[in-house]
Design a protein around this ligand. Structure first.
Ligand code: HPA
Length: 245
């Protein structure tokens, strides 16, 4: 039996078509999660939804209690997470308002509480992270996109920065040289914490803007909001097609 959770990011603080059954505020050994866990039904299938930045959207990426969020989902029996997040597009194919299903990850964040395996109750544990995004779950998302006729980019390397500021053009240039296609602020440590607890994890990255320096223009919040609006509409359709599989 799989139990699905959707973590919503910027532009997806709530799932509009979710029929809400229950809201739960959980306490965890790591402190408070970002928001209530919402159990509901999306197209007749059971889903647990969590707003990563809180509802309303007030928790900055570096202040998110990733451990409490993932621990809470595990307590609720979640076996599979689809994480939705806004990103900047670095490489050519990652156009604003488009969706990507990343397959690799580079972590540039710092100072975040990033592991469950650092207290005396756990022996030293090194998880394998060859596949930061679950291949089986990624394939399902890619199939769902094809079924729903939604154009996606089916791979990509996500670079996770600390934020909350956006990057300098020089930082983006370095990330491009490192092989990053996308830049965001929240995939880590979310992805590795899920892996530590044995939860399947994959992401829908919604491109909100061209990353800094990849075009001559500065990045405006108005452009980001505009692109996210259409990207998130497609994301909602993609989630419904995924749930129908
Ligand atoms: N950089 C980092 N995170 C982001 C961006 C960006 O340009 N756009 C949306 N999330």
């Amino acid at each position: 039996m799989t139990t699905l959770a959707i973590i919503g990011g910027t532009g997806l603080t709530q799932l509009n078509d979710l029929v809400i059954i229950k809201r739960e505020r959980l306490d965890t050994p790591y402190g408070a999660p970002s928001a209530d866990f919402i159990t509901g039904e999306l197209n007749g299938k059971s889903v647990i939804f969590l707003a990563r930045h809180g509802n309303p959207h007030t928790i900055a990426p570096h202040n998110i209690n990733y451990r409490a969020n993932i621990w809470g989902l595990k307590q609720l029996g979640v076996t599979r997470i689809v994480a939705v997040a806004a990103v900047g597009g670095i490489t050519e194919q990652m156009k604003p308002a488009h969706i990507a299903i990343p397959d690799q990850l580079i972590d540039y964040s710092y100072g975040r509480k990033h592991t469950f395996f650092d207290d005396v109750n756990y022996p030293v544990t090194h998880i394998d992270f060859s596949y930061p995004y679950n291949p089986k779950l990624r394939t399902l998302l890619i199939t769902a996109a094809a079924n729903a006729n939604i154009t996606i980019v089916a791979t990509g390397t996500y670079g996770c920065t600390q934020g909350p500021r956006l990057e300098t053009p020089a930082e983006i240039k370095r990330m491009a040289q490192d092989g990053c296609d996308l830049v965001g602020m929240t995939a880590m440590p979310e992805a590795s914490l899920a892996k530590e607890l044995g939860i399947e994890y994959a992401a829908i990255s919604v491109v909100a803007n061209w990353a800094a320096g990849t075009t001559a223009e500065e990045i405006t919040m108005a452009d980001i909001e505009h692109n996210l609006h259409s990207g998130m509409a497609n994301t909602a359709e993609l989630l419904k097609a995924f749930i129908a599989l």
